[in-house]
Design a protein around this ligand. Structure first.
Ligand code: MG
Length: 383
């Protein structure tokens, strides 16, 4: 197999406006070209094999294991890892339909949440508060620290040494203002991002809107009837009711969730296809100069906003969720203070951060790397 095989394959399959891996700006530490894996395939594999990625299996998305009024909910809900896999799956669907670089999309999607601390956004808020003087804490920027510094995979260099395109995609996530779940997506006149990055961002939102509703319904935090006030849900459930009769509540819920994902993906694809045509995009430079293309239609964006506002008030602010948040906050703060007092007990990589940057930053890097269980059970060993 020649070194040209992946380049030739991409030239045949992906669009001129996609990011072709032969045009990569490379890595900070130059490496030899692999005989048959493209640079973005290698990035995807590096992320999948990282310990930060594996630990996502025991980190909270929204719901902790104990949460919910339904006995079966503890094994049902998404973790940060299964969320990530759903994002990757949706993003690849978008990417294949648009003839984008799926390897790059997969690398971006699988890596997008590796910077999440334990206990989801509750954990992020705690660390951000504790690091006010150090410039704060943000899970998107934390992923970059993991990629560039904290992950130890090579004897001769720090981090994963990913391509510039994967790093810039993650950087763009870190630069944007965090959404509260009740604010509209901001469209830019000149987006600057590759389409591969834009679709991963959109896939993230499609995935969590659908699965957070599904998990909340399964856990009994909200009821199917509560959702009927939302036009997006009502339209989706009506389509399912027309297609099937005599469904149980669980069957109806699952089918509606699938419909919800399908409708969001279809609307987005239509909009992006129109945008590509309208702007006559034939290369990535034009993509960067174009406005944000991965946006829903105006009418659909309004329905999605109504849906997200509902999730924000009825799910993310549900008393049971807040109760678990409080437990998580206490545990995380206590651990942070313990580590501040005994930094010499931290693994070596975090001790170098303390020396090179600051004590709170090194402690935050360590605490953020832990799983929910490790914090709650006091088991802090990092393999
Ligand atoms: Mg995400």
């Amino acid at each position: 197999m020649s070194t040209q095989s992946y380049a030739e394959r991409e030239a045949l399959i992906i669009a001129p406006y996609a990011m072709h891996s032969v045009n990569t700006q490379g890595r900070h530490v130059a490496e030899e070209v692999h005989p048959y894996r493209s640079p973005y395939q290698r990035d995807r594999d590096r992320i999948t094999h990282s310990s930060a990625f594996r630990r996502l299996s025991r980190k909270t998305q929204v719901f902790t294991r104990e949460l919910g009024t339904n006995q079966t909910s503890s094994d049902y809900h998404r973790t940060r890892l299964t969320h990530t896999l759903e994002v990757a799956s949706i993003a690849r669907t978008l990417g294949r339909s648009l003839r984008l670089n799926e390897d790059l999309i997969e690398a971006l999607a699988l890596g997008h949440d590796v910077g999440h601390p334990p206990f989801g956004h509750a954990g992020e808020a705690v660390l951000n508060g504790l690091l006010t003087e150090e410039g704060g804490f943000n899970h998107n920027r934390q992923a970059l620290r993991i990629f560039e510094k904290l992950e130890e995979r090579y004897p001769d260099r720090a981090g994963l040494n990913l391509t510039v395109e994967v790093l810039e995609g993650q950087q763009a996530r870190g630069d944007k203002k965090p959404r509260s779940g009740a604010e509209p997506i901001v469209e830019h006149e000149q987006d600057g991002r590759l389409l591969e990055t834009q679709v991963v961002d959109a896939a993230d939102s499609i995935a969590y809107d659908a699965h957070d509703a599904d998990d909340a319904l399964e856990a009994g935090l909200i009821l199917l009837n509560d959702m009927e006030s939302l036009q997006l849900w009502r339209e989706s459930i009506d389509r399912i009711r027309k297609r099937y009769t005599a469904l149980s509540d669980a069957e109806l819920r699952r089918a509606t969730i699938h419909e919800l994902i399908d409708r969001q993906v279809s609307d987005l694809l239509t909009q992006i296809h129109v945008g590509i045509k309208e702007h006559g995009l034939t290369n990535v430079e034009q993509v960067r100069l174009a406005p944000t293309l991965a946006c829903h239609s105006t009418e659909f964006a309004e329905l999605k906003l109504e849906f997200e506002r509902f999730l924000f008030t009825q799910v993310y602010r549900h008393p049971l969720v807040l109760e678990h948040r409080a437990v998580a906050i206490d545990a995380l703060e206590a651990l942070f203070q313990n580590c501040l007092a005994t930094p010499d007990r931290l693994p070596k990589v975090f001790q170098s951060v303390i020396t090179q940057e600051s004590l709170p930053r090194g402690v935050a890097d360590f605490v953020a790397s832990l799983t929910d269980d490790a914090v709650l059970k006091g088991n802090y060993q990092i393999p």
